[in-house]
Design a protein around this ligand. Sequence first.
Ligand code: NAD
Length: 341
Amino acid sequence: MTQTLEHEEVRIHRGPRSGLPLIVAVHSRALGPAVGGCRMRRYDGWRAGLADALRLSEAMTYKCAVSGLDFGGGKSVIVLDRNAPVTPELRAAALTDMGEFIASFDGTYRAGPDVGTSPADMVVLRRSTPHVYCLPEEHGGTGDSGAPTATGVLAALRAGARHVFGSASFAGRTVVVSGFGSVGSRVAAGLAADGARVLVSDVDGGRRDAARRSGYGWVEPADALGTAADILVPAAVGGVLTPETAARLAVRLVVGPANNQLSDDTVADTLAARGIVWVPDFVASAGGVVHTLGRESEGLDHGAAVRRVEGIGDTVRLLLKGAENPLREAKALVGRRLPPG
Ligand SMILES: NC(=O)c1ccc[n+]([C@@H]2O[C@H](COP(=O)([O-])OP(=O)(O)OC[C@H]3O[C@@H](n4cnc5c(N)ncnc54)[C@H](O)[C@@H]3O)[C@@H](O)[C@H]2O)c1
């Protein structure tokens, strides 16, 4: 029996210094070199890390294609043990190992920061390979992409709000922001500045004071997906929209930066059947990659790159126009860019 390998290249390698499993998954290079973050997190074994790399690299293909970028989708993962301590020495060894691993791709896979890594970590990768994005500004990069990602999410939210509520303004709307981190806190600020009532949720209870200082309400994480509101912004982790959570959502619009929000594609049908408009994550979360590649690969200035990020609003308008299922529309848009096969 033959099985189709949907990914163009997947390599797994044990880091010679760290002993940790390192994974690079390239979903597609049909439009250009594969790009995608280098993730470092604890998993229940390397197979779970591999599953994450496969899913996330595929999402990067869609994100680049739908955003009009001539790049493909990839992802790298450093698999930390679920229970073993992570010393600074182990972290540094793992990053050096990953730098050499990425160098072996000769520019056909290019990395940036992701969950568990930062612009400062990219300096370590850069010692082995030039194919690294988002170094800190003092090292010649564009640094943390949280701000442009939030700009893109806000553009997607405005287009979504116009479609659902007939107005792109958030004045008087109640919005639940699940995940009050780098992107979520910026999106919350943008919404509040436009008059929204913002309710924040985060598993890190320490963020509660920061939320209160900003004048936001607080929702316990267990309640975030069932809270009655106008809009939900998933800005924490993937996989939060399941058949079960989709059935109890009490909002009309869902737009956020978290990657791979759906547990599976059928959840998009459930949401559509319930009249809830969900903007696909690979469209709404593309601001960071659009800004970074615009600046670092095309040499755009900041203003031009931000204008391009705001174009995400146009893509969302196009997807929602007459669409029953925005996921299907977005995948059709991807399909029109990608060569068949
Ligand atoms: N930073 C970017 O440029 C970027 C780009 C594209 C996509 N994303 C995705 O957007 C999401 C947010 O990114 P970020 O950079 O703000 O990350 P972050 O780590 O700064 O913030 C995430 C926040 O979510 C909280 N959290 C974790 N699990 C939670 C849960 N189950 N419920 C509620 N809160 C929870 C964390 O405590 C943290 O405060 C991630 O899924 C990330 O992969 C980020």
